[in-house]
Design a protein around this ligand. Structure first.
Ligand code: URA
Length: 245
């Protein structure tokens, strides 16, 4: 077999594999995102994922209506223990969405994500890459505070994640940034270390997804500040290229 035939054969196998994945409707590819994938967000993958649920919140056509339809949620026990439901905050036309894990005590008290010490650091980090808090959208995987700030339980994620997907479907972000290993692994349905998660840009339902440190981790270990800044700068450069700055 000559070299061209070998190349054709490999390409044909890759094509069959990709068509097979498409048939299975596998929406998340744990691989470096390709140039062609840097297209505008097409919410149909997320909407298809959500279509298995038959609930009123799916009909919301903007974030304010969505908030109103879900903020009295009692689907898990956190509905009883929360002070405030923490929907999300920021520019509703934002291209960049930052996703944390779950509200802490300050967020629970104020009903806004990332308002405590980790939030102040997040604002500072955003400013260092040329962004104001108000220019991005900030939300969490869980909308209610887990007691004692424990990690989210799988059943809590299962109930709450559809709300986040609906937020994405309405926001149509150009980039998502998962803050911390738990947010990253939850979105990607993986069980990777943060070091591994930070290595790639992922294709999350057609949206480039970056994973970096949780700001609270930087408060615990300030030596990592240059690492999170490197990640955020990489994300910002990627964004600038994407939108043609
Ligand atoms: N940590 C998070 O993950 N989210 C917040 O909103 C606050 C702290």
């Amino acid at each position: 077999m000559n070299e061209q035939n070998e190349i054709d054969e490999v390409l044909s196998k890759v094509e069959s594999f990709l068509l097979f994945q498409k048939e299975l409707e596998v929406p998340i590819y744990l691989e470096k995102i390709s140039d062609e994938a840097q297209t505008k967000f097409d919410s149909s993958f997320i909407d298809k994922q959500l279509s298995v649920f038959d609930e009123p919140f799916l009909k919301a056509n903007d974030l304010i209506k969505l908030d109103a339809l879900i903020n009295s949620c009692q689907k898990c026990s956190l509905g009883k223990s929360r002070i405030k439901f923490v929907f999300g905050v920021g520019d509703r036309d934002a291209d960049i969405v930052m996703v944390g894990e779950a509200p802490g005590a300050d967020e629970d008290a104020q009903g806004e994500p990332f308002v405590g010490r980790a939030g102040k650091l997040l604002n500072e980090l955003l400013r260092e890459i040329g962004l104001e808090r108000e220019e991005v959208y900030i939300c969490n995987i869980l909308k209610c505070r887990p007691p004692g700030n424990r990690d989210p339980l799988p059943e809590e994620v299962e109930k709450c994640e559809p709300y986040l997907l609906k937020q994405f479907s309405l926001l149509k972000p150009k980039i998502i940034v998962a803050l911390g290993r738990i947010a990253g692994n939850t979105l990607l349905k993986s069980r990777e270390t943060l070091s591994n998660l930070r290595r790639e840009v992922y294709n999350y339902y057609g949206i480039p997804l970056f994973v970096t440190f949780h700001p609270a981790a930087i408060l615990r270990n300030p030596n990592w500040k240059s690492n999170i800044l490197d990640d955020l700068k990489k994300m910002k450069n990627y964004y600038d290229e994407l939108v043609g700055y």
